[in-house]
Ligand binder design. Structure first.
Ligand SMILES: Nc1ncnc2c1ncn2[C@@H]1O[C@H](COP(=O)(O)OP(=O)(O)OP(=O)(O)O)[C@@H](O)[C@H]1O
Ligand code: SF4
Ligand SMILES: [Mg+2]
Length: 436
């Protein structure tokens, strides 16, 4: 599976034709292994999504379309057997096709030039005892100039490793084992360490979670900012001071000339984070990676920093990868969302669609876990269990052990990718049009 997955086309809005099983075999029977009634799945507008019926073992589940609209055309990207999907009127369903030649993970956006295209990126880690393991597996997404991609998922799902691979700063035990990272059309996985050093800071910058671990405690802010500038071109002390003070002013630090003479410990946490942002923007990068840029800050400062990032990004028309475990943060800031689980993509697509119509059970639960003023609910959703560790990855769908909707084949076969609407979801039951 090292090839880019083909694009699965969006829907025409016409009543879809019958979904055919490409092998013409009987579709897999879907059972609820526990025989318990599956939980009701709510969508974000508070409306109840159609009930996924519990099965007796005989009849495959009928999947209802609550609005009576034509369900989206769903094509199977991997040539695997697709579950039968019926619309309520049992009209002809769309043929399941394996289209070729087009990129699957292109979220259609009519404007903006593609800046970054990550294709089937796999990052392996060497373990002390045992074979190398894939901590990031076949991750794909695209990013256009000026766009923000929110990368979300629980701790350990591979968000930072994905970003580190892009910027060429993997830990010494990690290496890119497959895939491509096309930045302005060039594959970064083929660049030498020296070439990557030149790109870093100049065209790609990263803001790390903890500014104290990125700022050197024994140097004044001015020295550190000057070094960041000099790494990418000759600049005099006077010029560097003016540029640095200007950038500190831009990120909202009062009395920038004074701050430049200070050491990191003399600044507050919020100010240090602003200094980090200023440093990362000095070279006007076209791609900014912000890895949990606000998680160490209180909520008020968090909102200010994110607003600041948005404004600066807009001014520079930079693309941004915003990594967070906080769905609330991406709700406010992202154009597209990549939901990761256990090193793989669970769901990917335009933010609006993912919020209004999450398809993957994991995304649904992540979204259900954030408080919403517009939803009348006494409880927040929790996700039972924990994400698997690297050396104990489940077979088939990695979310299977925690998924209340799992069916017979989920633990055996990797879920194929389906395009539903404008987004892509890796869940075999999402093919039912959202009632996963
Ligand atoms: N240097 C390393 N050595 C060994 N294992 C690592 C290293 N860095 C990451 N890992 C492992 O790789 C997996 C992915 O880690 P990663 O840091 O990308 O997760 P993350 O999604 O960024 O999590 P968090 O939200 O906690 O930052 C985890 O299981 C983690 O333990
Ligand atoms: S493919 Fe995975 S996420 Fe989808 S129903 Fe099966 S176990 Fe759940
Ligand atoms: Mg991380």
């Amino acid at each position: 599976m090292s090839e880019t997955l083909p694009e699965v086309r969006n829907l025409t809005g016409e009543t879809p034709p019958e979904v055919r099983n490409p092998t013409d075999e009987a579709p897999p029977e879907v059972r609820n292994p526990t025989d318990e009634a599956p939980p009701e799945v709510r969508n974000l507008t508070g409306e109840t999504l159609p009930e996924v019926r519990n099965l007796t073992g005989e009849t495959p589940p009928e999947v209802r379309n609550p609005t009576d609209e034509a369900p989206p055309e769903v094509r199977n990207l991997t040539c695997e057997t697709a579950p039968e999907v019926r619309n309520p009127t049992c009209e002809t369903a769309p043929e399941v096709r394996n289209p070729t030649g087009e990129t699957l993970l292109e979220v259609r956006n009519p404007t903006g030039e593609t800046l970054l295209e990550v294709r089937n990126l796999t990052v392996n880690l060497k373990l002390d005892n045992g074979p190398d393991v894939a901590a990031v597996e076949r991750v794909s997404f695209t990013l256009r100039r000026g766009e923000t991609l929110g990368v979300v998922g629980e701790s350990g799902c591979g968000k930072t490793l994905t970003a580190s691979a892009i910027i060429g700063l993997l830990p010494h035990t990690g290496y890119v084992a497959g895939g491509e990272i096309l930045f302005e059309g060039e594959d970064l996985t083929k660049k030498s360490p020296r070439q990557m050093r030149e790109l870093r800071g100049r065209k790609i910058s990263m803001i790390f979670q903890d500014p104290m671990s990125s700022l050197n405690p024994v140097y004044r802010i001015e020295t550190q900012m000057r070094e960041a500038l000099r790494a990418h071109g000759k600049v005099s002390v006077k010029e560097a001071r003016e540029l640095s003070a200007g950038m500190l002013r831009k990120v909202g630090i009062p009395l920038p000339e004074t701050r430049l003479r200070e050491y990191p410990y003399q600044l507050s946490g919020g100010q240090r984070q602003r200094v980090m942002i200023a440093m990362s923007l000095l070279s006007k990068p076209s791609l900014l990676i912000a890895d949990e840029p606000t998680s160490s800050l209180d909520v008020t400062i968090q909102a200010q920093i994110l607003e600041l990032l948005r404004t600066l990004q807009r001014e520079m028309n930079a693309a941004c990868i915003l990594i967070t475990h906080d769905m609330g943060v991406v709700t406010e800031n992202a154009d597209k969302i990549l939901v990761m689980y256990a090193g793989r993509v669970a769901e990917y697509g335009p933010a609006g669609e993912i919020f209004s119509r999450p398809m993957h059970p994991y995304t649904q639960r992540l979204l259900g876990s954030i408080p919403r003023l517009d939803v009348d609910s006494d409880y927040l959703t929790t996700i039972e269990g924990a994400a698997p560790s690297l050396d104990r990855m489940p077979t088939g769908c990695r979310f299977c052990p925690r998924c209340p909707l799992r069916c017979g084949t989920c633990h055996e076969q990797e879920p194929p990718a389906f395009r539903v609407g404008e987004h892509v979801v890796f869940c075999r039951r999402a093919a039912s049009g959202g009632d996963a």
